[in-house]
Design a protein around this ligand. Structure first.
Ligand code: CP3
Length: 341
């Protein structure tokens, strides 16, 4: 196996470590802004295989990362199930609020295959364009994080309405989680079938839950998804990203059964070493703001992560997505630094 990302996710302490960055395709790149303007709308960009494949490949050409990540969005799954979605300029995603049984029943797994067809075509095109060293990562949102956006109708500072529903109406919330978990399995199986070589589950809001709800709505669905993918594609590694999980990372690492775990910005890499068994790869976790700052701050932070991770399976990444103001030259400098580790 020549792809360093896949070797690391299979438990090998590859050094220097493979690297890619969350949101590596995006507004910080002038070539992205240009194509984005051409496509007009963000959903139009995600569902145009030629443009989406091009955007996926832009950061690979510029920086030579070890992995490309499919250009799409976690909210394309509810969109594909017939739940509305639009991206309002400067406002983020806007969705209808799901608050009752009728809302759950309206989600239609029957339309998933047709709706995601362009995304799968993007996967095929990117895979065909990548060289022998660069792996292709497919992804979906963790069902809990997707539920958060559906229940709130968009972003929120603390997703209070979602947490309230999980406590107050566990039947309704559980049914929603079940539909999303099964649809996520269909979606990821289809991405792997189209050529994704690893997949990542982005559970960005996992950290807002109490421990018992974290086990029920983050760890358990991840375990169910991992089990279903393994049955069909035992060789395809799975990365979990239960953001802001804190000490719950220990349960997640053992019970979810993922091959790799994304550390968020707040996680101490030294501490993660003993929360997560050594056979599980760690990924992360440079502060996106250190990348924005560049220079000394970036070098010091990146070096201390590299020092802590040497000798164990590791994938260098950020602790959350690149912010749009980031100078691309800072990314080039980071790539040089990690390659020289
Ligand atoms: O990482 C990559 O390069 C692959 C593509 C990708 C996007 N979103 C593209 C995107 C991935 C993996 C995501 C994941 C995603 N989307 C998450 C989980 C990771 C995280 O950041 O916590 C979440 C919560 C979303 C939902 C989402 N999509 C929000 C809240 C927003 C608005 C905020 C923003 O940054 O604009 C988006 C839009 C979005 N998704 C953009 C991109 C490049 C910006 C769209 C634009 O060009 O205007």
């Amino acid at each position: 196996m020549t792809k360093t990302l896949l070797r690391a996710l299979n438990g090998e302490a590859v050094w220097p470590p493979p690297m890619w960055l969350m949101r590596q395709a995006g507004r910080y790149l002038p070539e992205y802004r240009e194509l984005r303007a051409k496509a007009g709308d963000f959903i139009a960009l995600c569902t145009d295989p030629a443009l989406a494949a091009e955007v996926t490949l832009q950061p690979i050409r510029r920086f030579g990362f070890d992995a490309a990540i499919l250009f799409s969005d976690i909210l394309m799954l509810p969109w594909a199930l017939g739940h509305g979605l639009r991206f309002a300029e400067g406002e983020g995603p806007v969705l209808p609020r799901l608050r009752d049984q009728a809302g759950v029943e309206a989600l239609d797994r029957g339309r998933l295959a047709e709706a995601i067809a362009p995304v799968l075509e993007t996967v095929r095109r990117v895979r065909a364009a990548l060289d022998a060293r660069t792996a292709l990562i497919g992804f979906a949102g963790g069902p809990f994080t997707v539920a958060c956006y559906m229940i709130e109708g968009g972003g929120s500072k603390d997703f209070a309405g979602t947490r309230q529903m999980a406590h107050e109406d566990p039947d309704l919330f559980g049914r929603l989680m079940q539909v999303l978990t099964e649809a996520t399995i269909d979606y990821l199986l289809a991405q792997i079938g189209a050529g994704a070589e690893a997949v990542m589950l982005f559970d960005s809001w996992a950290g807002v839950l109490s421990p018992s709800l974290f086990r029920a709505h983050v760890t358990a669905p991840a375990r169910r998804i991992v089990g279903a993918l393994r049955l069909r594609y035992p060789e395809v590694p799975i990365i979990g990203f239960p953001r802001l999980a804190g000490v719950m990372l220990a349960d997640y690492a053992v019970l979810a059964g993922v091959n790799g775990i994304g550390m968020d910005t707040a996680m101490d890499p030294g501490r993660a070493q003993w929360l997560v068994p050594k056979r599980t790869a760690l990924q992360g976790n440079l502060d996106p703001m250190a990348l924005l700052a560049g220079g000394r701050a970036m070098r010091d932070e990146a070096s201390s992560i590299l020092l802590a991770m040497r000798g164990r399976p590791f994938v260098f990444n950020l602790g959350h997505g690149i912010v749009p103001q980031t100078p691309p030259e800072h990314v080039s400098a980071l790539v040089e630094l990690v390659r020289a580790a």
